[in-house]
Design a protein around this ligand. Structure first.
Ligand SMILES: O=P(O)(O)OC[C@H]1O[C@@H](O)[C@H](O)[C@@H](O)[C@@H]1O
Length: 258
């Protein structure tokens, strides 16, 4: 079915980096926030300022995880412990919440300035699925996922959205735990073994693997195919359009309905 094994009949998509060109915006916002904090921390403690690496450290500690978990995981990797604080902490307060809120203000400003682009290959793939009547969900750690879906003009292509807001409301464990993907599969009425997970983040493919999903598709936008496979991807593509180019797809497609 559309480049995937025949038993797949439910489709679960991560958002940032899979459907929209927003993973790089998140990475830039994280760098802006962490570098501001790390510079001040280095001055105060008389230690060397080592900037946040928006590729290696972003992929390893931040990408795909809920916001607070990303802040915690990166600081822990640098041996820095901060108090949790609370959602009321002003942006930039040296707490997990305060730094996370600062990052959110930066990413929202960047998204507003730059706008949001959907990947054309992903949009074509979604239209094909919709035409075939196959159920589709977005599973994102981002609390801004609904706004991003609307800004990209693709919100109406999904029956189910499990985002950072739903994750918090339903007390679900965030990626790399499988809970958010399993919740979305349940809402679509598709057993995990008959569902495919599409992910660009290492934490995300790990989540698909842990959930026992039928297929985990790694979407490699940044040249980390081997890491995606090592963390749980069954197949890796650079773009979803590759799945439509596989032999045997023409008969199903009937052209691009966009
Ligand atoms: O801070 P938000 O918008 O709630 O998003 C949380 C995370 O959402 C994920 O989709 C992104 O890959 C991460 O970069 C981001 O940090």
């Amino acid at each position: 079915m559309l480049g995937l094994p025949d038993h797949i009949r439910g489709f679960l998509f991560d958002l940032d980096g899979v459907l929209t060109r927003t993973a790089e915006v998140h990475a830039a916002a994280w760098k802006d926030m962490f570098d501001g904090f790390l510079r001040a921390y280095a001055t105060r403690t008389g230690t060397e300022f080592v900037p946040f690496d928006p590729v290696a450290e972003y992929d390893r500690y931040v990408d795909g995880r809920p916001r607070l978990d990303g802040t915690r995981a990166f600081l822990e990797s640098r041996g820095i412990r901060l108090p949790e604080g609370s959602p009321q902490d002003p942006p930039g307060t040296e707490t997990i919440h305060g730094l996370s809120t600062a990052k959110n203000e930066i990413v929202l400003r960047m998204i507003k300035e730059r706008g949001v682009d959907a990947y054309p290959g992903s949009v074509t793939y979604l239209h094909r699925l919709r035409r075939l009547g196959l159920p589709r969900a977005v599973v994102s750690s981002s609390a801004n996922a609904r706004d991003v879906l609307h800004a990209a003009g693709i919100a109406d292509l999904f029956e189910v959205v499990v985002d950072g807001v739903v994750t918090a409301e339903q007390h679900l464990a965030g990626k790399p735990a499988p809970d958010t993907y399993l919740a979305a599969a349940r809402m679509l009425g598709v057993p995990a073994e008959h569902a495919a997970v599409f992910e660009d983040a290492l934490a995300g493919v790990a989540s698909g693997r842990a959930g026992g999903f039928g297929t985990v598709v790694g979407v490699d936008r940044v040249g980390q195919a081997d890491e995606l496979r090592a963390h749980g991807a069954d197949i890796v593509v650079k773009d979803l359009s590759e799945l439509l180019e596989l032999p045997g797809q023409q008969g199903e497609s009937g052209g691009d309905a966009q």
